[in-house]
Design a protein around this ligand. Sequence first.
Ligand code: ATP
Length: 381
Amino acid sequence: MDPVCQANTFPGTTIRSRTSPLGPKPCSVYGNVDETRNRVEQQRMANSKIAVIPGDGIGPEITETTLHILNEIGFHADWVFLEAGLPAIERGLPPMPPETIERIREIGVALKGPTTTPSGGGHPSANVALRKALDLFANVRPAKTLPGLKNLFEGKNIDLIVVRENTEDLYAGIEFKPDPDMALAMKVITRPGSTRLCKYAFELARRQSRKRVTAVHKANIMKMTDGMFLEVFHNVASGYPELHADDVIVDNCCMQLVTRPERFDVLVTENLYGDIVSDLCAGLVGGLGLAPGANIGEHCAVFEAVHGSAPDIAGKGIANPTALLLSSVMMLRHLGHDEKADRVQNAVLKVCGEGIYTTQDLGGHASTAEYGENIIKAANL
Ligand code: ATP
């Protein structure tokens, strides 16, 4: 059984291998750029440092619960706590301080809690700054039906991965006002950026023995930017004849994700569409509280939940820590700690599947801490 393959199938009914027809090559969602994995592996052997950013909003509470669970299942790392988001701003620093970025660059692996990004003004996004500074070009967001969990789409067998470009597009942050009544934003799509992302998605699909890779775009309207992305996608696809490659316009994609989500397998898309589509996919399988993610670059990997800082429930002790916990599962696998990753993953499946000790977002009454204790019990059975 290829342990890294297992990682890439989360969340799933049981841990199972997707044996690659290409043999026992490692099939890492999180480091298909093999050099990345090797580099991180070397760093892991040299020391056991892992950067942690608790962030703000619900970030500190879900980070604390996640680290407590990892500790209780016997995973001990030299956690290096770093500041970002509102705590950094309160100390007069940028939302993603340069020291934080440099420490993550040195360490190579980080577990990150959410950081608030105000709408329509205020400070810039800490996430965008980190992803750009460390060139974390691929954002990998799996969404899979969780057995037993009650939700609108429980009858559907959803098992898909969104691979979102993480450094370009309208998130490049190039906005300006030529006059007070006009605001412009620049959509940046590059051929190299699109090529490495599409290659990443096809490699991931190949290594997980997936069947289909679908490009999500709006090339009928944005003929140059999305047109180039689509052209690159089909060029890259020609190198993977065993995979079915197709494309879908983003609005149609959203409709089909709701009406027949089981049609999709791996979705690859630009930054903005990926942001929106991956939240939609989280909703298909139980909500943002369950959606993990990984940001992958050639030299670093940062694991974080899809959701934001959820200020509406911050400090109440009711946030669902599962998305960050599952991001830590992705991290454990990335670092080669597959047995521990399996235990946490199976504990999540058990506790969420039973539905007794779930948090409010999943219809339960458990606090963040109570849920965490039940995960520990299930993991240590
Ligand atoms: P961002 O743009 O930074 O991703 P957002 O504006 O999309 O953030 P979130 O912070 O992700 O918003 O929250 C959206 C909704 O989902 C909120 O109502 C929040 O309470 C809920 N939510 C998000 N994460 C969780 C969680 N871990 N547990 C419970 N509810 C959550």
